[in-house]
Structure formats: structure tokens, C-alpha cells
Ligand binder design. Sequence first.
Ligand code: NAP
Ligand code: GLV
Length: 309
Amino acid sequence: MKELLAIKSDFNRIDEWAEAFADMDIEICLWDEIDDPSTIDYALVWVPEAGALHRFENLKIIFSIGAGLDHLMGPGVLPPNIPVVRMVEDTLTAGMVEYVLYNVLRFHRFMPEYEKNHRRKSWDAILQIPAEQRTVGILGLGVLGQACARVIADLGFNVVGWSRTEKHLDRITSTFGDEQLDEFLAKSEILVCLLPLTRQTRGIINQRTLSKLPNGAYLINAGRGGHQIEVDILSALESGQLAGAALDVFEVEPLPVHSPLWTHANVTITPHVASMTTPFSSAKHVYENIQRFRRSEPLTHLADMEKGY
Ligand code: NAP
Ligand code: GLV
């Protein structure tokens, strides 16, 4: 009998998941169509309800559909002592690189201003700043942060990253720890957030940290909405401390219709789509780890529950 993987996916993509797992010796079943919870070996989930995973008494691995894990950290969501694996795979990474690079270039080349000028039939030119005179700061130099940093550095930008531990990366300046956060911020003319949401990083984009950026900086948040204090972003936009923001994630999602962020002229909103998990590529990452488990080999991209990411 084949092992069973229960999937709780968003966007109703079960047909795509079924096709992606079709050639693998694993059977998949829908969250709402589980006959006998004791037959479930693995679970692939986005946001399960508290207690839902505890029903699977023979569960071996929990796979997060996302790279982030904060959605699994709520009270009563994770059963004890079951390994949790993050989603880390090339297509998800490539999507994030596209999103971040697109927005860095958009701000760097003043496209929001040109879009406004276009509507006014204005021929005004803004003096171009060479990439080597612009510094992009990346909060979080993990899988996604490093991939973005490399591509941005390839285009000639100065890139500085901030992480918990020191990094030694070609062409990327490493800053780390709370003591070096302000030094990092002072350099970041375009600030990109690719941190995981943890107790330490919640609310990190706030009045204090925004005030440390060079005046007229840009913000790109593709981490989590919990990283940003939205009223502080609005104040920084009003004062000109921030010249623009591209926000993909929000404290409350969907962003409530009454949020002033929706209508702010210098804000671009996307609905948490900076990078989306795709079944065809993600299934390989899940299956590889299942095979490792079967061979009693260490799993890859295991969540560290102590660190929270
Ligand atoms: P990752 O590989 O775990 O990297 C996390 C990075 O953040 C690491 O460099 C880590 O430092 C750093 N970090 C964590 N806590 C910190 C702290 N307290 N102070 C300083 N640095 C800290 O994660 P990833 O795969 O790159 O993903 C990052 C996040 O992107 C996810 O957690 C998720 O929230 C978000 N995401 C969003 C979307 C979207 O569509 N919007 C899609 C995918 C992912 P160390 O390297 O020193 O450990
Ligand atoms: C999406 O937000 C993810 O964490 O992959």
C-alpha cells in the first residue's frame, strides 16, 4: 500500500498537485476527504486549523507549503516532535528574485514618478543615478535574501545585507545582529524585507527604523505583514522620509478596503504574491525529503523551532 500525503492547499490547486505527484510512489488526498486519519503519513499544509494535524497519529513529516513558518506557529497548530520542513526550491526562489528585482529597478529608475508624469503628459526628466551609486539593503540574507542580493549585485548596485549571523558572500556587505541594524539602515536607499516573522522580527519596520534610512528611501516588503507598522509607513511617506513603498504583505490579509495604503499615491500593493508555491516544482522538494526519510537520511530545510524559522 502506498503512503498517504494529505494536502491542505489554497487556491484550489488540487488537480495540479495530483499531476505533480502522479509519477511518484505516494498517494495524495484532500484535507476534507480523509476517511481514516491514522492512514496519513505526511501533511503538506498552508494554514491548518489548531488541532487538525494532531488527528494524524502516524504522521511522519509536516511540509509547509510556504517558505515561511509563522502560519504554523499559532497555539495548538503543531503536534509535538514531528519534523517540519520549509518550502525551499528554485521556482519559489526565482519568483521572489523577479518580484524584488522588478521593484528595485522600478524605484531606482523612478518609474512611479514617470508613470505620474505620463498621465499629466509631462516630459520632465529626472537625472539618472548609476547603479553603483545606489545601495540596496536586504533585511534577511537567507535563501531568498541571498538569491536577490546576488542578482542585484550583478547589476552593479551596492548591496548590504542584515542577518542574525555574519555572512561571507562575494560583493555583499554583511551586517548582523541588533547592534549593526542602524548601520545597515543608514546605508539602505532601497530597503527590502525578506525576514521570517518571529518574536524578534515582528514590527521591525517601524517609526524608529524608518527614521534611520537615508531621507527619500524606498521600501519593498515581501517578508510578512507582521514586520511592518503600517501607520509608521504612512507617516514616513507623508513626511517624505519614504519616497515610495511596494508592499506585498500586510498585518491583516486581505488588506481591509478602508486601509489608507490602498489609495496612497506612492504605494504599490500586491496581494501576497511576490512568489507563489507551484505544485510542479514543489512536489519534487517534498518527494525528495520523503525519500530521505525512507532512507533514514537527514531532511533538508528543517524548521528550527528554537529560532522560529
Ligand atoms: P531563511 O532562509 O530562513 O532566511 C531568513 C533570514 O533572516 C536569515 O538570513 C536569518 O539570519 C535572518 N533572520 C532571522 N531572524 C533574524 C533576526 N532576529 N535578526 C536578523 N536576521 C534574522 O528564509 P527565506 O527562505 O529566505 O524566506 C524568508 C521569508 O520570506 C519567509 O520566512 C517568508 O516570510 C517570506 N516569503 C514571502 C513570500 C511572499 O510571497 N511574500 C514568499 C516566500 C517567502 P541567519 O542567516 O543568520 O539565520
Ligand atoms: C509565502 O508567503 C511563503 O512563505 O512561501
